[in-house]
Design a protein around this ligand. Structure first.
Ligand code: PGA
Length: 254
């Protein structure tokens, strides 16, 4: 049985005070209403709020993730931070290769593989994002695109290290657009991703790896998406900025 995982990606929203307030609100709801059998919960605020968010969730069922990391341990990389720095402040997860990083910061899958390697070496779980653009879907290239993203992004990642990797399927056309992939469309790609993982790492790993869906997940559609055989939770953008909506999505992931 794979335990579901729901992660909130706050993107570049919420200043420090607002982040602390939202974490405190989520923490309170989780403390009062969360049942242990439910999903694993991860919240990914901006880098600015990571240290204080990690302190605020100490001893709770909420974990903190970063939205990006640099692949090196340290060095002359202005504006960046490393996996080692994140683990020193008890950050446990990192989103790697989000489509916005690929689109606006020219991140490649090859670079993502180095980031994943660096994250796993520090015991940080990578949420590795893959997904096609609208144009790629319309020209029916989506399986090919995703296969390349998986092959390149997981290059050099060993079977042992895969226990610290989660994959997130996020069709770019569904992110922030209000257009969700239908549960059939999502399930089809998730099954494909699991088959790719099986080809590379074998059945034991493909049976246990978690594959999240992301792209306009809301309380109203989460249940149907999460009930698909190969959908193991979600990576939630917009709806994760409202504590109650985010918690309803977590509740849909039983
Ligand atoms: P969205 O974003 O839920 O706002 O569509 C998802 C994501 O980018 O991870």
């Amino acid at each position: 049985m794979r335990r579901k995982l729901v992660a909130g990606n706050w993107k570049m929203h919420k200043n420090l005070t607002e982040s602390q307030a939202l974490i405190t609100e989520i923490r309170g709801i989780v403390r009062d209403e969360f049942r242990k059998s439910q999903a694993e919960i991860v919240v990914c605020p901006t880098a600015l709020a990571l240290a204080s968010a990690a302190k605020l969730v100490e001893g709770t069922d909420v974990q903190i993730g970063a939205q990006n990391i640099h692949e090196a341990i340290e060095g002359a990389f202005t504006g960046e931070w490393s996996a080692q720095m994140l683990s020193s402040i008890s950050v446990t997860h990192a989103i790697i290769g989000h489509s916005e990083r690929r689109q606006y910061f020219n991140e490649t899958s090859k670079q993502c593989s180095l980031k994943i390697k660096s994250a796993v070496s520090e015991g940080i779980t990578s949420l590795y994002c893959v997904g096609e653009t609208l144009e790629e879907r319309e020209s029916e290239k989506h399986f090919e695109v995703i296969e390349d993203q998986l092959n390149e992004g997981l290059e050099g990642i060993t079977a042992d290290e895969m226990s610290n990797v989660v994959i997130a399927y996020e069709p770019v056309w569904a992110i922030g657009t209000g257009k969700t992939a239908s549960s059939d469309q999502a399930q089809e790609v998730h099954a494909f991703i699991r088959a790719q993982v099986e080809k590379k790492y074998g059945k034991a790993i493909s049976d246990t790896i978690r594959i999240l869906y992301g792209g306009s997940v809301k309380p109203g559609n989460a249940g149907e998406l999460f009930s698909q055989a190969d959908i193991d939770g979600g990576l939630i953008g917009g709806a994760s900025l409202k504590a109650r909506d985010f918690f309803e999505i977590i509740q849909a992931a039983v």
